[in-house]
Each structure stands twice: as structure tokens, then as C-alpha cells.
Design a protein around this ligand. Structure first.
Ligand code: BES
Ligand code: MG
Ligand code: ZN
Length: 474
């Protein structure tokens, strides 16, 4: 697949893709009068006005060649949301091959570029019989010199990287291979990567993280990524933490088969923050961002941590393990404590496939958020709206704290069935102190078992562009 911007053209394409706004005449300029008339009649006959989520698709002879002309309805120009472009184009571009011309009529080029990438995204590397893939070349017609292809390409590639990482199975992506992947990305895109092995993790007293990691044959790694895009303000550092369970069996509180089968995706938070770091550093965003991932596998075995165990934490608090399947929060509290105290961040965002309960509360399409800071949440909400990703804030009222009190330790790692996403998030909040903090539960949104919108089966890459915009505009 190739994409390039063109200012003019003189070849005949296989397909012409043209946005159509309601109340505007956008007939393809390259047609002669007779061709134009045929097209206008067709549009009239099909009563196509350019309403959003409608399109027409017709074949006609043009300069001696049978070509396809696709009109994409985008509604009223003043009501257009940027993500409308991605959704509408995605649907039409997915099935095209050959030489394609895309007209833009004033659209944001980077969104069109993103749509092209998502349309051709397919995680088929493990298929021996690849679907009959035909060559496809997109040329995007633009009025003026623009570099917008770069931002669109970077964002799409970051999203697709996140999707790939989520889609890779746990026998391919485990703590060490994930760490190596991040090292390669750091070298390629210019951010610093430091990997702590078990010895260093032990030295730092990350007992909660180590407890979760204990039974697995694949040993844990603590991954640190540093991008300093604002060297003039060296103390203004933003912290980002991703849950990195490369597999979650549930531990001794073993998951039933149906609940376990997709748990290779439990490093979705890590994949998201890694994708975000790539986008930020490639776009040279003028912010300092440090990202950490406590990567491990929650496995079973004679050495596994048990329900009933009381474990320590890097912060010093003690925790009664009520359920070994509530492991994500245990890895995150050490990661959050580390990033606040050793990387000196001024705020922290954690991103995690933390609870099944967030699916019960908000469904598959909305990310659940907890925050101890209204301004942070407002900024996140704004960033999410510009890319069309849904976020919704859940309360962190103090009375919920009762639910995860332990009788014999400082805290226990579960809060019961009710309000499960809230107590899980608030458990992490216990370890952030006064630092502005926000928690994103992406258990519902980071992957999907059925295609929707511009997402294919598997990882969605959601939240990467929200976070990119959050830091960009902050
Ligand atoms: N990784 C799971 C959460 C999850 C569930 C992610 C479904 C994606 C889809 C997490 O570690 C977990 O097991 N949470 C438990 C917590 C419970 C034991 C308090 C859950 O949600 O059941
Ligand atoms: Mg679990
Ligand atoms: Zn988990």
C-alpha cells in the first residue's frame, strides 16, 4: 500500500473517491460535460444529498476505461467532526484496490491519511494463506503544499503499533520481548529506554509487583521510557503508567476458560502508553513525559502468591491479597509509587485493562476514568472529543474506601462485586498522595471481538490519540 499527496494528475485511476457535503456541489472536476450529466442524473435518481453515513458508488466509462466513482456523504460542512472523516472514508476505502484518487475539498488531510491506513490494516502475519491481497496505491489530491501526511501517518502508525502489540499472543510478547521491542522503538524514534531486571526491581522493594510475577517462568521487567521535549522546563515532567500483564491466568484464583482465553490482551495499557510515546516523540511534542510499565505474567505454580497472603509494597503499605486475579492494581501501585518518587513527575496517568466491571458499567465503547483533579479530567475529555474516543468519569467518593479495607492489613486488593471499577481505581489512588492523578480503565475499549467503526477484530489502539492530543494541548 502506498499513499502520496498530489497537486495535480494526468492518469486515469481505477476509482475516484469524492467527499460530498450537503448543500454543496462536489462533482469530480476531471469529467467532461456528458460524464458530468450522467453522474448528476444518477445522484438525482438515487436521491443522494450527501447526508452523513450515506454514499453512492457507481461505475462509468471515463476516457475509455471503466472506473468507479464513490461519493461519500459528510453532511453539512459546519457540522463535520474530524472523526467523521475517518469513519466515513474507512468504510469505502476498505474494499478498494488498484490506483485510487481521493479528492479532499478542504478536508483535514491528516484525517484522510489516517483513514487510508486503518482501511488497509489487517493483522494477518500468522495466516499462511494470506487473503488475495491486491496492490493498492492511494493518491490524495491537495490544493497546496502541506506536510499533513506526516501527522496522519505517525498517528495511524502509533495506533496500529498498539493494535499489533495487543494482538500478539503471550508466547511472542512476554516481559523480556516487550522490553526489547520498546528498546528498538526508543532507538528508532529517539526516546530513552531503561530496563530494570528482577534484581533491580527487588532492590527497589516492589514487593506487590514481584508477588504477581512470582510464579511465571517468564521473568518480570520494569520498563522506563523518557522523552524530554521541553528541556527548558526540566522539572515539568508528566508521568504515564501502563498495565503490562503479558498474560493474566488469574493466578491461584484461576479464571474460568472463557474468561482467560483473551488475556493476552492484558498488556493493553502498556501497548497504549508505548504507542503514545512513539507518537509524541516522532511529532516532537514540547513536553517532558516519562512512561513506565511493570511487565509480568500472572501465572500459577507452587511458587505463586496466594489468596490470603499479606504482602508489602514499594510505598511501605501492607496489602492482604483477597484475590490473585485482582493483580493489575498490585503491579500499578508500585509503578505509580516509583514514577512519583523516583522520576519526580508532576502528574500521573495510568492506563489499564483493569476490571471486567467497567464493561458492565459502560459497555465496550467507553473508557472509564477516575481522577483526583478536575482540570486533568476536563483536558482529557476535550482531547478525547477531538478524536471521537469516548471517556466517562466515575466517582471516587470517600465512602467507597470502606470496601477495600482489610481487617488485618492496611488494604485488601478487592472491593467486592459492586462498584468494582471504582474501588479498583481508588485502590491505586491510595498510592498517589497529593499528585494530580487520573486512571483510565480500558478493559472494554482496548480490544474488540467484533469489528465496529474503523476497528477490526482485536486491538483497537483507542486512547493513543486521546493522550497524544492531551499532551499536545495541555
Ligand atoms: N485483566 C482483568 C480485567 C479484564 C477483564 C480485562 C475482562 C479485560 C476483559 C483483571 O486483572 C481482573 O481479572 N479483574 C478482576 C478483578 C476482581 C477479581 C476483583 C475482574 O474484573 O473480575
Ligand atoms: Mg486479573
Ligand atoms: Zn488483569
Amino acid at each position: 500500500m502506498n499513499i502520496k499527496l498530489v497537486k495535480n494528475f494526468n492518469k486515469i485511476y481505477d476509482a475516484y473517491v469524492i467527499p460530498k457535503f450537503e448543500g454543496e456541489v462536489n462533482v469530480y472536476d476531471g469529467l467532461n460535460d456528458e460524464e458530468k450529466m450522467i453522474l448528476e442524473k444518477l445522484i438525482e435518481k438515487k436521491e443522494f444529498t450527501g447526508k452523513i453515513k450515506t454514499s453512492i458508488n457507481c461505475e462509468m466509462m471515463h476516457k475509455g476505461k471503466l472506473v468507479t466513482i464513490i461519493y461519500i456523504g459528510l453532511g453539512k460542512r459546519e457540522k463535520l467532526k474530524p472523526y467523521d472523516i475517518i469513519e466515513s472514508f474507512y468504510k469505502e476505502l476498505k474494499n478498494l484496490d488498484g490506483e485510487i484518487l481521493i479528492e479532499t475539498h478542504g478536508l483535514e488531510i491528516s484525517q484522510v491519511v489516517e483513514a487510508v491506513h486503518y482501511a488497509k490494516y489487517d493483522f494477518d502475519k500468522y495466516k499462511t494463506d494470506k487473503k488475495d491481497k491486491k496492490e493498492v496505491n492511494f493518491e490524495i489530491l491537495v490544493d497546496e503544499d502541506t506536510n499533513d501526511i506526516f501527522e496522519g501517518t505517525v498517528l495511524a502508525e502509533s495506533v496500529m503499533l498498539t493494535r499489533d502489540l495487543v494482538n500478539e499472543p503471550a508466547n511472542v510478547i512476554y516481559p523480556e520481548s516487550l522490553a526489547n521491542e520498546v528498546k528498538t522503538l526508543g532507538e528508532k524514534y529517539n526516546f530513552e529506554v531503561e530496563i530494570f531486571n528482577e534484581e533491580k526491581i527487588t532492590e527497589l522493594k516492589m514487593e506487590a509487583f514481584l508477588s504477581v510475577a512470582r510464579a511465571a517462568e517468564k521473568r518480570p521487567k520494569f520498563i522506563v521510557m523518557r522523552y524530554l521535549g521541553d528541556p527548558a522546563n526540566p522539572t515539568e515532567i508528566n508521568g504515564l503508567v501502563g498495565k503490562g500483564l503479558t498474560y493474566d491466568t488469574g493466578g491461584l484464583s484461576l479464571k474460568p476458560s472463557a474468561g482467560m482465553s483473551n488475556m493476552k490482551t492484558d498488556m493493553g495499557g502498556a501497548a497504549t502508553v508505548i504507542g503514545t510515546m512513539c507518537a509524541i516523540s516522532r511529532m516532537k511534542v514540547k513536553k517532558n513525559i516519562v512512561t513506565v510499565v511493570a511487565a509480568c505474567e500472572n501465572s500459577i505454580g507452587g511458587n505463586a502468591y496466594r489468596p490470603g497472603d499479606i504482602i508489602g509494597t514499594m510505598a511501605g503499605k501492607t496489602i492482604e491479597v483477597d484475590n490473585t486475579d485482582a493483580e493489575g492494581r498490585l503491579t500499578l501501585i508500585d509503578a505509580v509509587h516509583y514514577i512519583i518518587n523516583h522520576e519526580n513527575v508532576k502528574e500521573v496517568i495510568d492506563v489499564a485493562t483493569l476490571t471486567g466491571a467497567v464493561l458492565v458499567a459502560l459497555g465496550m465503547t467507553t473508557t472509564g476514568v477516575l481522577a483526583n483533579n478536575d482540570k486533568m479530567y476536563k483536558n482529557l475529555e476535550k482531547a478525547s472529543e477531538t478524536v471521537g474516543e469516548r471517556v466517562w468519569r466515575l466517582p471516587n467518593f470517600p465512602e467507597y474506601k470502606e470496601l477495600y479495607k482489610s481487617k488485618i492489613a492496611d488494604l485488601k486488593n478487592t472491593g467486592g462485586r459492586f462498584g468494582g471499577s471504582i474501588t479498583a481505581g481508588m485502590f491505586i489512588e491510595e498510592f498517589v498522595g497529593e499528585t494530580p492523578w487520573m486512571h483510565l480503565d480500558i478493559a472494554g475499549t482496548s480490544s474488540t471481538d467484533a469489528p465496529y467503526g474503523y476497528y477490526t477484530y482485536g486491538g483497537t489502539g483507542q486512547i493513543v490519540r486521546t493522550l497524544y492530543n492531551y499532551y499536545l494541548k495541555k
